[in-house]
Design a protein around this ligand. Structure first.
Ligand SMILES: [Zn+2]
Length: 227
């Protein structure tokens, strides 16, 4: 790797501060020194779901051992997640992942996971968007939990119709066998990572293929879920 001289690093920090002025991206108030991208006020406005493990309430399958969602996916969270998706602001992801871990800390400590897998986007969607926000979330989470991210372990092989317009039964069929395994698993307790969990059809389909290929336990964790 090429070593970047300190002077260039300092310059690029200044440059970044110029490009990203120090205002809250949500409410546009001035940020204090210890606030990054989002002000404390907005971050504390996120409402924890307090659902605990809600896998039993998912109606689209039974391959998931655990489902955790930190916050209700209200307008504020939608606004913040939207910024991860389309602008790839790393600092927003960091702030959101930090908040998610604080809320789910006690649940997470019981799981004993040995790998994180971001729920993949179809390659067409990936090309459209340029990156997968689940990758960014998993990457930040990996630093906090000290658990490795296993990228490109599963691949979305079939183009699926957008889930939002479908009923539950059709959603399940829509996601059946939508994924294939790309790499042999050398770990057995896996936490799937995504931004939002709705019916769980997509992550359930990932859990199915992972278990068919040797995983003992598969859960999913997301920043939000709709009320
Ligand atoms: Zn704010």
């Amino acid at each position: 790797m090429i070593k970047v001289p300190r002077i260039i690093k300092l310059f690029s920090q200044d440059f970044e501060n110029t490009i990203f002025p120090q205002f809250c991206i949500n409410c546009e108030s001035h940020l204090h020194n210890n606030e990054i991208v989002v002000c404390k006020n907005c971050l504390t406005g996120l409402v924890p779901t307090q659902l605990g493990n809600w896998a039993d309430e998912l109606t689209t399958g039974s391959h998931l051992d655990c489902a955790l969602s930190a916050f209700w996916f209200d307008e504020l969270l939608q606004n913040l997640v939207h910024k991860i998706k389309y602008n790839n602001y790393r600092k927003i992801t960091k702030a959101l992942v930090g908040a998610m871990v604080r809320v789910l800390e006690s649940e997470l400590s019981k799981l004993n996971i040995d790998a994180l897998i971001p729920v993949p986007l179809h390659s067409v969607k990936f090309r459209e968007r340029g990156f997968n926000q689940a990758d960014s979330i998993a990457e930040e989470l990996s630093l906090l939990l000290k658990v490795p991210v296993k990228y490109k372990t599963i691949k979305r092989c079939r183009w699926t119709v957008s889930q939002t317009s479908l009923d539950i039964e059709t959603r399940r069929n829509n996601m059946d066998d939508a994924f294939i395994i790309k790499k042999k698993l050398d770990y057995s307790r896996i936490l799937l990572i995504d931004d939002v969990l709705t019916t769980g059809a997509t992550s359930n389909s990932c859990a199915k293929i992972l278990k068919e290929n040797g995983a003992d336990w598969v859960g999913v964790m997301t920043i939000g879920t709709p009320r």
